[in-house]
Design a protein around this ligand. Sequence first.
Ligand code: URA
Length: 233
Amino acid sequence: MRLDKFICQVSSYSRSEAKVLLKKGSVAVNGLICKDGELKIDENQDSITINGKEICYQEYYYYLLHKPAGCITACEDPKEKTVMDFLKDAPGKNLSPVGRLDKDTEGLLLITNDGALSHNLLSPKKHIPKTYFVRCNSPFSEEDMQKLEEGVDIGDEKRTKPAKVKRISDNEMELTITEGRYHQVKRMLSAISNKVVYLKRISMGNLKLPEDIKCGEYRELTPNELIILKESL
Ligand code: URA
């Protein structure tokens, strides 16, 4: 297979982006920089690296991004920085985020091309718990916590489903919800006359945001983490 075709097949790079990478000398074949996209490679034998990272063919890829604030959860956008911009070097075609975090929300975001897993994790029937660390504008009471736990009116047809609340400080909590409504956490806090000033997702299903991934960094899920995630279903 041609080197430029291989790069496009296994990564999210377009043909023109692959051309630029090759020209810049970012691609190596068996340890040697190669600028010739027409070079015929043996995808089963040769070692291909982009910016030092080896890429090889695999059907499904599972990445965990520690999303920073300031980027939107979308595959592409003409103006805004997106979460996918952090995974430019990540092998895998048709990668997309599982669910959505607001622009100002940080934390655990799964990115994969495994459509079936993504669909299952987001299915309202599965009630996958998602836990958020929430810092509020002002202190909240035990009564406020009880209201959140029982479900609040956020202006939709139905009240929110029962949630779990763990107090961290007078104005900080860990809130676990099993739905994924638009701006749900912010609207829940607004329903108890408070305001979210910082929001971070710290877990999804049984999977916790690992401490080794700094804000703005990503890595592939380990085989064990993938098993843990699938056990949530
Ligand atoms: N709830 C919100 O309000 N925002 C998020 O980003 C996620 C959950």
